[in-house]
Design a protein around this ligand. Structure first.
Ligand SMILES: *Cc1c(COP(=O)(O)O)cnc(C)c1O
Length: 396
């Protein structure tokens, strides 16, 4: 069978199994209301949790920076693509997450590939939560270290794996890697226990806080702020800029040695064009907005509570989550897809998340909430979900 024949067969199988993926073509910016194919939808699938992706101040900074620095950055950071704005943003991000240094990456995917493969090599072991983001799993494979996946948030399983690896003297270094907020589940990692195990078993701990940065913690500095963990407990912190911060890109924060090593060794940092300086300028503004406008986080929390309460009253199959990611479990991929299509026909944009993004038999609707949703938006979502799941609202 030729490669092309094999691809065709794979696509056909995907279609048969309800796993074929298609894109929607957006005609509007991110926001709670978006237009696709000339139809308006109420949007419940964006990661723009704070409503900053289309904020006028963020746009203004982007435009001003573009008129000063142009659009393209021209080269990699180490050649001559590293502008004053990139540098300012790195300093602001380091201060924000209370770590000595921060380093920008062009995407979160690349940050994870770069960090893990720079930190580890053959003979080392990386311990990863089974539900970690694909980029972390791919990074583990790319690093050539031994990849040991432990059951989701199962600290006993992790400890057993750490214990047996510390008996094995041929293992060199150990890295524990976890999502902070799990991207498809919305639950959070037990970071305090993870930090304890890392210390006890002499492993380094890395947290990918893509969905916590901007949203969690008193000042929005993320899950580690919320849980009071400092840089000695979590030496490697990764965050993304394309979600709550509303722009694009990612950063890694940590101490001097970590950051200088990444600048020198992280291949996805060294061998790629720097993000446009105007993106850095826009991010500086959104960072400032999220720090000064704490009402965005408060409104988001209120929306989460409202949704959870309503969904519980309707006995919807909600997964256990206190974050802006509120998945409804269907199990079956066809059913998730059918529900997503029915929601879309009714004007609600919610994506069906299916294997291999999530484990077999755990397909779901991934609902994400934003600070920009109103009480009315959430009530109307609950109403349509109640009708699709055939639930009667006992409070009506
Ligand atoms: C989105 C995400 C990434 C990837 O970030 P991008 O900037 O979109 O490449 C990495 N890790 C987690 C947990 C994510 O949710």
């Amino acid at each position: 069978m030729s490669i092309i024949e094999r691809l065709k067969q794979d696509l056909q199988e995907r279609e048969t199994n309800g796993l074929y993926r298609r894109r929607r073509i957006m005609q509007t910016p991110q926001g709670v209301k978006v237009t696709i194919a000339d139809c308006e939808f109420l949007n419940f699938c964006s990661n723009d949790y704070l409503g900053l992706a289309n904020h006028p101040e963020v746009i203004k900074s982007f435009q001003q920076a573009a008129s000063h620095y142009g659009v393209g950055s021209g080269s990699a950071h180490l050649i001559n693509g590293h502008s004053q704005l990139h540098h300012q943003l790195e300093e602001a991000l380091a201060g924000f997450v209370n770590r000595p240094r921060a380093l920008l990456f062009s995407t979160g995917y690349m940050a994870n590939l770069g960090v893990i493969s720079a930190l580890l090599g053959r003979g080392d072991t990386v311990f990863e939560d089974r539900l970690n983001h694909a980029s972390l799993i791919d990074a583990g494979i790319l690093s050539r270290a031994k990849l040991q996946r432990y059951a989701h948030n199962d600290m006993q399983a992790l400890e057993a794996a750490l214990r047996s690896s510390s008996i094995n003297s041929s293992i060199k270094e150990k890295l524990i890697v976890t999502d902070g907020v799990f991207s498809m589940d919305g639950d959070v990692a037990p970071v305090t226990e993870l930090a304890g195990l890392a210390q006890q078993y002499d492993a380094l701990l890395m947290v990918d806080d893509a969905h916590g940065i901007g949203v969690l913690g008193k000042t929005g500095a993320g899950l580690l702020e919320q849980e009071n963990l400092d840089a000695t407990q979590v030496p490697v912190l990764m965050g993304t800029l394309g979600k709550a911060l509303g722009t694009f890109g990612a950063f890694v924060a940590g101490d001097e040695v970590l950051i200088e090593s990444l600048i020198n060794n992280a291949r996805s940092y060294v061998y790629t064009t720097a993000m446009p300086a105007a993106i850095a300028a826009a991010t500086l503004t959104s960072l400032q907005l999220l720090q000064t406008e704490s009402w965005r986080r408060e409104k988001l929390q209120a929306n989460i509570q409202q949704f959870k309460k309503g969904a519980a009253q309707l006995a919807l199959p909600l997964m256990a989550s206190d974050t802006a990611i509120q998945p409804l479990l269907t199990g079956d991929a066809h059913q998730a897809l059918a529900l997503s299509q029915q929601l879309s026909a009714a004007g609600y944009l919610i994506s069906a998340i299916r294997p291999p993004t999530v484990p077999e038999g755990t397909a779901r609707l991934r609902i994400t909430l934003s600070a920009e949703h109103t009480e009315q938006h959430i009530n109307s979502l609950l109403e349509i979900l109640a009708s699709l799941f055939n639930r009667v609202n006992e409070n009506d």
